[in-house]
Ligand binder design. Structure first.
Ligand code: G3P
Ligand code: MG
Length: 305
């Protein structure tokens, strides 16, 4: 039997992993999105981690700050709006919540893709009037990784840390993340993934106990051997579905089945369509990474009842 590190050991059921927090119901990659993930039944949330100009670990998906903050208003006339061109103090001045409310007020088809399938019922039920006020207040900030992990401890949640590209500073990123996770003694609660598999190799050199997820949007030849060679704990392939794709391809499901058969946990991203989630759970995946943890929970509950 393959030995898999915590938090992916077998027997915990299908992990409901909230993508960037419960991204459909709160501004992504912020503490309120992680809180929402907890409320919606996720045991784990996924986040994207980068370094600021002065070397702080911060949680933000895009390379630039423009989509999810008011950076251009607060810092007009800057040459670059990339995260790594801002100090952590500057990042903390940004409003990382109002953009989400502006999106919510648009007609569905004009919103960003992940929000286009949000139903009126879901919006009413899961984004209350009070929550909308908080998100639009200007007080929602980009969290540091430390604040995020402190939240996870308090909420008793696991975290999937995705390492994002950091030109020229890749090694610092890995080393700093490992240092923080070890210092907080959270090794057993953390799963680290990245599209950059060199980073995962580096991580394994530094730490033997943190679980690794091999993130990819492509097919990998000799997958089982490849996962083995990285001393990985899970495969994180792209599924489909933002509502505009007709379902998981049979080919993909077969690939997942073979990987699962070989004893590897498989956590698929980013699945928002309930029929796709049903197929994945039937296929036996270990986790589903979704913008809509409520839908994942509903599907998992169907299998339990
Ligand atoms: O970790 C799964 C997923 O987050 C990878 O893609 O672009 O959403 O970070 P992205
Ligand atoms: Mg990510």
């Amino acid at each position: 039997m393959r030995s898999i590190r915590l938090p992916l050991k077998k027997g915990v059921g299908v992990l409901n992993i909230a993508h960037r927090g419960a991204r459909a119901f709160a501004p992504e990659n912020t503490l309120v999105a992680f809180e929402k993930a907890k409320c919606l039944g996720s045991q784990m949330f996924e986040i994207d981690v980068r370094l600021s100009k002065d070397g702080a670990l911060v949680v933000h998906h895009d390379e630039t700050l423009s989509r999810c903050t008011d950076v251009q208003t607060k810092f007009p006339r800057r040459d670059s709006y990339d995260v790594w061109d801002f100090t952590v103090d500057e990042l903390m001045q940004l409003d990382a919540g109002s953009w989400y409310i502006k999106q919510l007020m648009l007609p569905s088809l004009q919103r960003q893709a992940f929000l286009q399938t949000l139903t009126e019922e879901e919006a009413r039920e899961f984004v209350t009037i009070q929550a909308r006020d908080v998100f639009a207040s200007g007080n929602i900030k980009i969290p540091t990784l430390k604040q995020t992990l402190e939240f996870a401890v308090a909420a008793d949640m696991m975290v999937n840390i995705e390492l994002k590209p950091q030109p020229g500073k890749q090694e610092d990123l890995v080393a700093e993340v490992v240092k923080l996770v070890e210092w907080m003694r959270m090794e057993h609660k953390i799963l680290i993934s990245s599209f950059d598999h060199h980073l995962l190799r580096e991580l394994r050199q530094l730490n033997k106990t943190i679980a690794i997820g091999v993130l990819t949007s492509q097919s990998i030849m000799n997958l089982n051997e490849y996962l083995e060679s990285l001393d990985a704990d899970a495969y994180h392939p792209a599924g489909y579905s933002d509502g505009d794709v007709k379902g998981l391809q049979k080919l993909k499901l077969n690939e997942f089945a073979v990987t699962l058969e070989a004893g590897w946990p498989v956590n698929v991203w980013t699945c928002n369509n309930k029929e796709d989630i049903r197929q994945l759970v039937t296929c036996g995946v270990s986790g589903v990474i979704s913008d809509f943890p409520n839908r994942v929970k509903e599907v998992i509950d169907e299998f339990i009842s």
